[in-house]
Design a binder for this molecule. Sequence first.
Ligand code: MG
Length: 238
Amino acid sequence: MTQETEFDRLLADKHISQAAFQHKTDWVFDLDNTIYPAASSLFPRVAERMTLFICEELGLNAEDAAALKTRLFRTYGTTMHGLMKEYNMTPDAFLAFVHEIDLSDVSEDAELDRLLGQLGGRKHIYTNGTVRHAERILEAFGIRQHFDHIFDIVASDHIPKPNPAPYDIFLAQTGIQPEQAVMIEDMARNLEPAAKLGMGTIWLVSDHDWAHKGASEDYVHFIAEDVKHCLTALSNAG
Ligand SMILES: [Mg+2]
């Protein structure tokens, strides 16, 4: 079976259905590669600054720093978590540096603004990044006003998704009832703890990486191509 056929089958099987979302009151969006498509150039800018930070802090050349970044990300879920575990780094300087990306070429997105406005209920951001990063991205796209809580890696005690611990902190801090909430993410495995807590889940393909780990698991309830397709399907469902 070709990748495209497999993707089409997954998308058809888990196409957003009306009934599933009728009584939902809270929409929990991941930020990076979810609010904007993975194919955009934005997240690579963060990754580039991670490499630069590692070069400077550990005195490595760019190639070794990039390899270390990738290994730490794969082992620990985030590069920062790996730097804390293996190099005893404190997270603040890393988080501040890597998220200070150039957004001068990002313009407001009227369609995204309209689609978010059509979706009833409260909207939140749950990110492995920082509040400042989330606010800069949301403001650049002109959609900051749609979101209530922004829950970040600092609020998570620096424990990244998909570790289940910060999901509990998130629900406790926000008072969101999991049965009435839906989580929307580009990393399928980050949806597993949400589904276990009783939340609905939507995985965004966002690029051609259809075989993303966990995408065919039962904890992925629905699939959409990207955030705009998702919001369009949800507003049609309402
Ligand atoms: Mg993401």
